[in-house]
Design a protein around this ligand. Structure first.
Ligand code: UD1
Length: 429
């Protein structure tokens, strides 16, 4: 199994190109199932979590062509995928595929909307809490689908097609909003989603659906209105930049010190995180090419952070400031309100000498002068990258084991960081 070796202590200086957002690429690829014409997606990141839906779509009969580089393309530019779902040959998404990645459950929405039937395995357990799909099922039932659960599969039917309806989510859910949105595009009549997630990735998907001929308004607000249409057509869409990757590298620079340009980043996608970084003592400047982050000289100030749905502080960035605050001058508090059991990085950060105390959903971090490198284990995607950030600032050597989690969500992590002066390498085998 691959590992990452880091020798900490170097400041980061240079430019980091920001990749396309994984959490937008996934639903965008799945949306390709809604049309028999080709959906072309540009700036798709090269990640394990993007390769997996390619397998799932392939199982339904979708042809996916990954276009090569064109003259003038930068080496870091994402790939272009041509997704062609002309013939859907199978409406079943088997356990072997869905269990590898939760978001693949979302294929239930376009399959039902276009084929009036779907049989999709329940996604199963996940390292960060129970993560049920009850709200996704509720939304599809509201749209007129009949759903039964048998042998670990959700069997969904909508013989006369889906029908527009009013869907009220009792809590904000990204997955629920994606599923309701995709399904409603081909439903008869008007659908209103209340208490919809406002995440930028929802807006990106709605934009793409509108390019495909859907009639969606209000994405990015808690009330999305969808006028159903009979068919969607082909389109071309560029995946928006990854705000979690942006925030992660910004935290890394704040922690090590230095000066880095996050090229292609969009500040409005992560204002809450940029505010926290400024409070902690980093300097954030916005320019034509993206965001520049620096911290020179002064130490880190403690901050209090509580995760919340967008535009609040993202839960996917919760572990990263915990690494950062472990070297602040004073005590910080980080509260997780979205997922239960999303503090597995606490034990691993303690291996660097960090002083973190957990009380329910709040972690108190008492800053110390210096972390010490250590062998650590990656537990989930975002938690793992907090260990990399800690390793970059720690004295001595850190070995991060089980890095397949990192490969799911961070494109060319070691390359991007070593180009800015970090001593970081992948050790294969
Ligand atoms: C998505 C993101 C993930 C991010 C999360 C919150 C993708 C691929 N993943 O996950 O990176 O951390 O949003 O921003 O985009 N819930 C229910 N019932 C349901 C669905 C959700 O109770 O049917 C709960 C979840 O357990 C959780 C909360 O709602 O406590 C939010 O979940 P949701 O917003 O749906 O997260 P995901 O879409 O799974």
């Amino acid at each position: 199994m691959d590992r990452i070796r880091i020798v900490g202590g170097s400041k980061l200086n240079g430019t980091i190109p920001i990749s396309g957002a994984k959490n937008a690429a996934l639903p965008l690829m799945i949306a390709g199932l809604l049309s028999e014409e080709t959906l072309i997606l540009d700036n798709v990141p090269r990640l394990a979590d993007v390769a997996q839906p390619q397998r799932i779509l392939g199982n339904h009969g979708v042809d996916i062509m990954s276009a090569g580089k064109r003259p003038g393309d930068h080496e870091y530019q994402g790939q272009t995928l041509h997704i062609s779902a002309k013939n859907i040959i199978d409406t079943t998404a088997p356990y072997e595929l869905v269990s590898k990645m939760r978001a693949s459950f979302w294929v239930i929405a376009p399959l039902l909307a276009r084929m009036q039937e779907a049989k999709v395995s329940l996604p199963g357990g996940c390292a960060i809490g129970t993560r049920p799909v009850d709200l996704l099922i509720m939304a599809l039932e509201k749209l007129g689908a009949e759903l039964t659960i048998d042998g670990g599969y959700v069997i969904a039917k909508a013989p006369g097609g889906l029908k527009g309806a009013e869907i009220d989510f009792p809590k904000v859910t990204v997955s629920g909003t994606h599923v309701a949105l995709m399904a409603a595009t081909l439903a008869k009549g008007t659908t209103i989603i209340n208490n919809a997630a406002c995440e930028p990735e929802i807006v990106d998907v709605a934009d793409c659906l509108n390019k495909m001929g859907a009639r969606v308004t209000g994405a990015g607000t808690p009330r999305i209105v969808i006028e159903g249409v009979a068919k969607l057509h082909g389109a071309r869409h560029t995946v928006l930049p990854d705000r979690i990757e942006t925030g992660t590298y910004a935290m890394a620079v704040a922690m090590t010190g230095g000066d880095v340009q996050l090229s292609g980043a969009r500040p409005e996608l992560l204002q809450s995180a940029l505010d926290v970084l400024t409070q902690a003592g980093a300097t954030i400047t916005v320019n034509n090419d993206g965001i520049r982050v620096s911290r020179n000289g002064a130490g880190l100030s403690p901050v209090n952070v509580s995760t919340a749905p967008f535009p609040g502080f993202p839960t996917d960035l919760q572990a990263q400031p915990m690494a950062l605050m472990s070297c602040a001058k004073g005590s910080s508090h980080i509260t997780e309100t979205i997922f239960e059991n999303r503090f597995m990085h606490v034990q691993e950060l303690a291996r660097f000498g960090a002083r973190i105390h957990l009380d329910g959903e709040t972690a108190t971090i008492d800053g110390i002068a210096k972390l010490r490198g250590a062998p650590v284990m990656a537990t989930d995607l975002r938690a793992s990258v907090s260990l990399v950030i800690a390793g970059l600032a720690a004295e001595g050597e850190t070995m991060v084991n089980r890095i397949y989690h990192l490969d799911r969500g961070f494109e060319r992590l070691e390359e991007k960081l070593s180009a800015c002066g970090a001593t970081i390498e992948r050790i294969s085998g």
